[in-house]
Ligand binder design. Structure first.
Ligand SMILES: C[S@@+](CC[C@H](N)C(=O)[O-])C[C@H]1O[C@@H](n2cnc3c(N)ncnc32)[C@H](O)[C@@H]1O
Length: 227
């Protein structure tokens, strides 16, 4: 559909948003993934006093949603992209000033958080950039408190391959079985895979390139009570 070099560039921007396409991405992406975010929030069951972590927050919709639930708690966002961190710090400046939110630049492979310090953790549309996956799941396990919950959402490989942002050098495609295996390897319990969380089409009828429904997967697990 697009020249290979352009697809590669879009993929790089999705991996680490920046510049004009990073700005565009921030405008379109949240609408496309609103239902996956809602399913994630339902699965996490965030309490008012919880300390919640989102990794790879991008435009910050997940942080906004978590803040509305952890009303007496804290929401921490960690993202690799300096542009996303700056933008999100501006967006949530009041919550940051009130001590309800922290926005940090960092890598999921080495989270800038203490062990056993969060009650809930989630990441949407970021797993594709984690290769290998198990060390990142181990990082989530390290920072979660025993009994804490993790939710990871992604587009199914067959659906992602058709997207204009997909490039095999940048994205690693994981099946739902691989996602479940990675959670189980880190001894997460109650591992659950929810298929076909429906996606909305960005821009409604204006964007004919995207299918009306992108099949997605939400993988959830509970941190084991014993270490
Ligand atoms: C495709 S966007 C998804 C944004 C948001 N979660 C959503 O679904 O709307 C991927 C985001 O993850 C971030 N990211 C990619 N690799 C990361 C890593 N290893 N650690 C932390 N953040 C990462 C990118 O900077 C980007 O903001």
């Amino acid at each position: 559909m697009f020249p290979e070099a352009l697809t590669r560039y879009f993929a790089d921007v999705a991996r680490r948003p920046r510049g004009i396409f990073g700005w565009l991405f921030c405008r379109r992406w949240p609408e496309m993934h609103a239902n996956l975010l809602q399913a994630t929030m339902d699965a996490l069951d965030i309490g008012p006093r919880h300390r919640v972590l989102e990794v790879g927050f991008g435009p910050g919709e997940g942080i906004a949603n978590a803040l509305s639930q952890a009303t007496a708690g804290t929401v921490i966002g960690v993202d690799l992209s300096g542009a996303m961190v700056r933008r999100t710090k501006r967006r949530f400046r009041k919550a940051i000033a009130d001590g309800q939110c922290q926005v940090l630049q960092g890598d999921a492979n080495a989270l800038p958080l203490e062990s056993s310090s969060v009650d809930r953790a989630f990441a949407l549309n970021v797993v594709y950039f984690w290769d290998p996956l198990p060390p990142v799941i181990a990082e989530f396990r390290r920072v979660l408190r025993p009994g804490g919950r993790l939710a990871l959402g992604m587009v199914e490989p067959e659906a992602l391959e058709d997207q204009p942002v997909y490039h095999p050098d940048v994205f690693t495609l994981y099946t739902s079985t691989q996602l479940a295996d990675a959670l189980q390897q880190e001894r997460f319990s109650a591992v659950n895979i929810q298929h076909d969380v429906p996606h909305r089409r960005a821009g409604g009828l204006r964007n004919q390139r995207l299918p009306p429904v992108l099949s997605t997967v939400l993988g959830t697990g509970v941190h084991p009570m014993t270490r």
